[in-house]
Design a protein around this ligand. Structure first.
Ligand code: BTN
Length: 325
């Protein structure tokens, strides 16, 4: 089966917005038989697309399934690299190790690993990450920016800004960022970001950006212990959200901001980030592996560290911590 032709056919069906696409003309254009086109249509139907055949006019797409498969992602995609290659799974333990293996095998910049469900999703510090089937976005993006290994942790902040912009674009909701890797809505966690690195001492080989987003969950889709601290876009908006559309919007902003970071450094990202921060000026507690400190959050440094003013007036830059507000 030729995946490119199949994707192109689906793209035409999407673009026609419910109007018929001529099977004969498409077959002629690609040097295929009409039977080959009919087989693709049958495959789409098996994948959950509802397609009607209109005599003498062709095939019309009526509805597409609520899936984050490559066809639904490519349909909205406007990037040059990010998401151009998609590895889609119904159920995996975690997309993160799959992305690590893919990066090591040399997949191109912007390759996306995405799954409907994770059975052993993980967050920062190997904490478990709840990933209910078909309700959220569970994805790991392999990127190969021209950055030093020291610049790589800031990619978490680049990704956070891209995600907040995408949420705003698709749902109209203004989310906030809790340093370093949480996106909040109404004070509850809605997204987590896990940035991991493959590098030589002086050069980034690949950055794996793992993104877990709660999108269409209802309250009782979350395990009991998360119900008071987690939320989803559906809970916040009352609306079912098109996950594939949200993914393409994230990929668009992420590609744009990563290029900006490579070209102009962290300054412009820092400005964007500060506009969405929910910690600046607040009294917070930073819980680290060996100590817990309290103070007033000032903002982030040019390296992406959280700057905390302690009660004695001194300022500490924090690399990694759980922040309690
Ligand atoms: C955190 O907030 O601690 C980070 C959560 C990251 C979760 C995502 S879901 C896709 C990818 N696969 C995983 O197992 N984890 C990341």
């Amino acid at each position: 089966m030729n995946t490119n032709v199949k994707n192109e056919l689906l793209k035409r069906l999407f673009e026609a917005e419910g109007q018929p696409v001529s099977g004969q003309e498409f077959a002629d254009e690609y040097g295929l038989s009409r039977t080959a086109i009919w087989k693709y249509i049958k495959e789409f139907e098996e994948e959950g697309y509802e397609i009607t055949s209109i005599r003498k006019r062709g095939y019309a797409l009526i509805t597409s399934p609520d899936r984050v498969n490559s066809a639904n992602i490519l349909n909205h995609l406007e990037t040059s690299a990010y998401g151009r290659s998609v590895d889609y799974y119904e159920s995996v333990e975690s997309t993160q190790p799959i992305a690590h293996d893919a990066a090591q095998a040399g997949v191109p910049d912007g390759t996306l690993i995405v799954a409907e469900e994770q059975t052993a999703g993980r967050g920062r510090l190997y904490r478990p990450w709840s990933s209910t089937a078909r309700k959220g976005i569970w994805m790991s993006l392999v990127i190969r920016p021209t950055l030093t290994p020291q610049q790589a942790p800031q990619m978490t902040l680049v990704a956070a800004v891209a995600i907040v912009r995408a949420i705003e674009e698709v749902t109209g909701i203004e989310a906030t960022i809790k340093w370093p890797n949480d996106i909040l809505i109404n004070g509850k966690k809605m997204t987590g970001i896990l940035t991991e690195l493959q590098a030589d001492p002086d050069r980034v080989k690949a950055i794996i950006i793992g993104i877990g987003m709660n999108v269409n969950q209802e309250e009782d889709d979350f395990p009991d212990e998360l119900q008071s601290i987690a939320t989803s876009l559906k809970i916040a908006t009352g609306q079912h959200i098109d996950r594939a559309k949200l993914i393409t919007s994230i990929l668009g902003y992420l590609e744009q901001y990563t290029k900006m970071y490579e070209k102009h450094g962290f300054g412009p990202i820092k400005l964007l980030w500060e506009g969405y921060s929910n910690t600046a000026g607040k009294r917070i507690r930073a819980v680290m592996l060996n100590e817990t400190i309290e103070g007033t959050a000032l903002g982030i440094s040019d390296e992406g560290l959280l700057e905390l003013q302690l009660d004695d007036g001194s300022v500490r830059g924090i690399y990694s911590a759980d922040i309690q507000i």
